[in-house]
Ligand binder design. Structure first.
Ligand SMILES: NC(=O)c1ccc[n+]([C@@H]2O[C@H](COP(=O)([O-])OP(=O)(O)OC[C@H]3O[C@@H](n4cnc5c(N)ncnc54)[C@H](OP(=O)(O)O)[C@@H]3O)[C@@H](O)[C@H]2O)c1
Length: 258
């Protein structure tokens, strides 16, 4: 049995059309690979045209931080896929600063655009089609850092907190139309973006001559991109047919709940 097969040996997402933002590395690339394995047709996006999308996925270069980028992406989804059944908002991130007051205005805007408004804009273009077809799944990728906000990273956690609230509200609006909307919240995952952020964090916070090592999560290891992709794949499957407005926290037990 391959990753995407269910207990009966069928490719459970055969015939589904998926759009994944930020699918050229890290968590997004793992999501793309698992959706392809499960039989879905996948379109992904990133800013750099040179980025390598996983083999088998269609790729279009777009910047999801802008309304124009969202429109280009929605048009590509119509042209390449003919519509979207599974929409995964994965592109996200930000770099920490010395303090909340040191976060420049443009980085606040950037963090809000990338981690929150990108989802709002793309959902507004693609969920009406799902609503009409009375089926569809939207996944918003948040961050467990929302549970422990600190000034140095407040632009990022504030944007992700807004995303979680928005995701829940959209789920309730679209539930009567058979469209499910859920959040997946990763803890610390070994990805290029995650490592770059943690290195910057360590530089800002380590006392001279010290390293800034993290504790190991209760389950004994750092997360892998596939840990998060498994949760997305579950949500995309019929096995999650009664799940909407939920937030799956995938963090090895590390962060506070609630
Ligand atoms: N890794 C972690 O520890 C962790 C923890 C909690 C939450 N998360 C969340 O999980 C998601 C994925 O994180 P990751 O660590 O896998 O990220 P990553 O390694 O930095 O990869 C990010 C992906 O998004 C694309 N991207 C970035 N900005 C974009 C933009 N403006 N428009 C279009 N595509 C863009 C990147 O390609 P280009 O640079 O070429 O555009 C890349 O494909 C993010 O939402 C992040 O906040 C990650």
């Amino acid at each position: 049995m391959t990753t995407g097969e269910n207990g009966s040996g069928t490719r459970e997402l055969a015939g589904k059309r998926a759009l994944v933002t930020g699918g050229t590395r890290g968590i997004g690339a793992a999501v793309v690979r698992q959706l392809l394995d499960a039989g879905a047709q996948v379109l992904t996006t990133a800013r750099s045209a040179t980025s390598a999308a996983p083999e088998g996925a269609a790729f279009v270069a777009a910047d999801v931080r802008t309304r124009a980028g969202a429109q280009e992406l929605a048009a590509a989804a119509r042209d390449v896929l003919g519509g979207v059944d599974v929409l995964v908002h994965n592109a996200g991130g930000a770099q920490p600063h010395e303090s909340a007051a040191a976060i420049p205005d443009e980085e606040w805007q950037d963090a809000l655009d990338l981690n929150f408004l990108a989802s709002v804009r793309l959902d507004s273009l693609l969920t009406p089609g799902m609503r009409e077809r009375r089926s569809g799944l939207v996944v918003h990728v948040s961050s467990a850092a929302v549970r422990t906000p600190v000034g140095q990273f407040l632009h990022y956690t504030t944007a992700k907190a807004a995303l979680e609230n928005y995701s829940r509200g959209l789920a309730l609006e679209l539930a009567p139309f058979g469209v499910r909307v859920n959040t997946v919240t990763p803890g610390r995952v070994a990805t290029p973006g995650g490592e770059a952020t943690r290195e910057q964090w360590a530089r800002l916070n380590a006392a001279p001559g010290q390293t800034n090592a993290h504790d190991t999560p209760p389950l004994g290891r750092e997360g892998r991109p596939d840990d998060i992709a498994h949760a997305v794949l579950f949500l995309a499957s019929d096995r999650a047919g009664w799940l909407t407005g939920s937030n799956l926290v995938v963090d090895g037990g590390e962060f506070p709940r609630g």
